[in-house]
Design a protein around this ligand. Structure first.
Ligand code: 6GU
Length: 229
């Protein structure tokens, strides 16, 4: 999978060099390119923002540097997906991560300030798929940290990135429920014992207990997930 990221803070993305995703990049599974939006400006001050029409606080990102950037990055055959992290976007869920993971080319547009001139997405819609997504109901200063979260969630679903594909299926959200609690040795630690059933070696009873724990935990902390699960 090819991933391009456009940002005014390319240095944010140094974390993509480490851990599982860093390995996936050196293995050639993820081809990640980070671009500085300012390289598509033409004025002496490399201006990327301006005051909002209609007034109000904050600054808006100018459309032309974005159009120049996207014209040089989007594939001419329309096969690219433009991912725009914004608190005004559709909620990012595991299901959306799964659909993005099968795309050949993701382009992340990381906005700062009060966002990007809305005409950019209208203009881009005839050239690629556009997905505006939000991580949740809170506000970040810009799209960079959100893009990183999306790249990690999507990247680990690309075949070969996670060594044991079985570890992808028994996770929180994959079956619509939260994960069951996990334990390792020793069986008794600081007077707290691992639940007896996990020591029984009885696979059916272990599976039933884990499912029960998933349902109970989901009911307690995320009752909103139960109808779909
Ligand atoms: Cl995707 N972007 C920004 N800027 N803030 C957010 C967000 C995204 N998701 C939650 N808050």
């Amino acid at each position: 999978m090819r991933i391009d990221i456009v940002t005014i803070f390319p240095e944010f993305f140094s974390v993509l060099d480490v851990s599982l995703l860093g390995r996936a990049r050196t293995d050639g599974l993820l081809d990640v390119h980070v671009h500085d939006l300012r390289s598509w400006t033409t004025d002496r001050h490399r201006t990327v923002d301006d005051t909002p029409y209609g007034g109000g606080a904050g600054m808006v990102m100018k459309p032309e540097p974005w159009a120049q950037a996207l014209e040089s990055i989007l594939r001419p055959d329309g096969s690219s997906t433009l991912v725009v992290p914004t608190p005004a976007g559709t909620p990012f869920k595991q299901s959306l991560a799964r659909s993005l993971a099968v795309e050949p080319h993701l382009v992340f547009a990381c906005g700062r300030y009060e966002g990007i001139d809305a005409r950019v997405f209208e203009w881009a819609a005839s050239r690629c798929s556009v997905v505006e997504l939000s991580l949740g109901d809170y506000v970040l200063n810009g799209g960079e940290v959100a893009a990183m979260a999306v790249i990690e969630a999507v990247g680990r679903l690309v075949p070969g990135v996670v060594g044991n594909p079985e570890s992808l299926v028994e996770e929180s959200h994959e079956d619509g429920l939260l994960e069951y609690p996990s334990y390792t040795k020793p069986a008794s630690w600081r007077d707290i014992d691992v639940p007896e059933v996990l020591l029984s070696g009885h696979h059916g009873r272990v599976a039933a207990w884990r499912h029960e724990q998933q349902v109970e935990r989901t009911r307690r902390v995320r009752p909103d997930l139960l109808p779909d699960a």
